[in-house]
Design a protein around this ligand. Sequence first.
Ligand code: ADP
Ligand code: MG
Length: 194
Amino acid sequence: MSWQGSIEVICGPMFSGKTEELIRRVRRAQIARLKVQIFKPSIDDRYHKTQVVSHSSQAVDAQVVDNSEDIFRYLQDTTRVVAIDEIQFFDKNIIAVVNRLANQGRRVIAAGLDLDYKTIPFGPMPELLAIADEVFKIKAICTVCGNPATRSQRTVIGNKATVLVGEKEAYEARCRAHYELDEANNLSSTDLSI
Ligand code: ADP
Ligand code: MG
């Protein structure tokens, strides 16, 4: 049997369980005795520099990389499964990197935010979702009403940076009805191209 590469993308808002699902898939691959390598971008330094950690405190060791091409610097020949968390933070070159990994016969498991806090598709996510063999889109729980939540509400006012790495002090999961974009962060139509 020859190895078939593939691309799985896990997406959804903050707190939806993307990292938990990535860790679950990694653990199952390890049970199958497949060599797994886990990567995360250096921009995400919450909790721990060399681990991927979920909000429910599950953790796996990870290699931190400064850019997408660095994944090949650390990649070992015998690695069959490549897991990448917070993939939305990578540059657009991550699309070519992920494709190359899959074309080499590797299984790629990628987790990332589909939308930024303004509900604009996040960085390379649209292309990644399009080239994926399998997409797993999950929801969190709205902190206002308890319904399924598809959005990440920024609760810090007046910070316009698309990337503000943070936690419960800066973001909440919200449903469509309870998501609000505050005036200070409001967008003009030209902002939609970012
Ligand atoms: P993500 O990677 O998508 O941000 P995690 O896998 O790190 O999510 O965390 C998911 C866990 O977060 C849930 O299993 C739950 O324990 C916790 N959690 C905290 N707040 C919420 C919320 N509003 N909705 C759902 N889960 C939440
Ligand atoms: Mg996560």
